[in-house]
Design a protein around this ligand. Structure first.
Ligand code: OGA
Ligand code: MN
Length: 197
């Protein structure tokens, strides 16, 4: 498979800013396939209300986040998920070789923020589990309009950075360092989110 991703730029941004934004990390056809799969899974009712790791009740969780998720198998046989996992694997190999990151595993899920959904300011690493090294989010929103909402806001030591969830855009950030939040979405907001561990 021909891979043409500016890994060097991504790594430079991760080193300098703890986050990187890259458009076209996954091929157009992979993104289209994944978007269709997400929509099919939603139709099939496999999406579940997301949790937040700690022992809090459903009502408390809903005050913090209101997206729905469906996990992706790392050994999926589906061609688009396979291509996604293949590319994540390539990236981990590259990161490990150039930055000694020691990534040995990953986990990803589809996420659907329906109209009105949000995820309040939080950090991705759990208090009792430090395995998450990098968060990786890819947006699958075609023809996004300016007032669709659902921006990702990352709180860096240089100030807040707003990232719009545009089609094919990928955001990578250090899971243990950066607080972030998803602003209220004005319409269905589709993405794949996961962690390199
Ligand atoms: C998360 C998260 C960000 C986004 O799922 O932990 O912060 O932009 N997602 O969807
Ligand atoms: Mn998060």
């Amino acid at each position: 498979m021909e891979i043409n991703i500016p890994y060097e730029k991504v790594i430079e941004d991760l080193i300098n800013n703890n986050y990187a934004q890259v458009d076209g990390f996954f091929t157009e056809s992979t993104c289209i396939g994944l978007r269709n799969l997400l929509l099919e899974k939603e139709q099939d009712g496999v999406f579940k209300k997301a949790n937040i790791g700690n022992k809090v009740n459903a009502k408390e969780v809903l005050a913090i986040r209101s997206d729905k998720i469906s996990w992706i198998e790392n050994d999926s046989g589906n061609e688009f998920e396979k291509s996604f996992n293949f590319q994540i694997d390539e990236f981990c190999t590259y990161l490990n070789r150039t930055c000694y990151t020691g990534i040995t595993d990953w986990e990803f899920h589809y996420a659907l923020f329906e109209k009105g959904a949000f995820y309040k300011r939080h950090i991705d690493r759990f208090k009792n589990d430090n395995s998450r090294k990098y968060s990786v989010v890819t947006y699958l929103n075609q023809n996004r309009q300016a007032d669709d909402g659902g921006a990702l806001v990352i709180y860096t030591d240089k100030g807040a950075v707003t990232i719009l969830p545009e089609w094919g855009r990928t955001v990578i950030f250090k899971s243990d360092l950066l607080e972030h939040e998803v602003m209220v979405s004005g319409k269905d907001r589709l993405s794949i989110t996961g962690w390199l561990k």
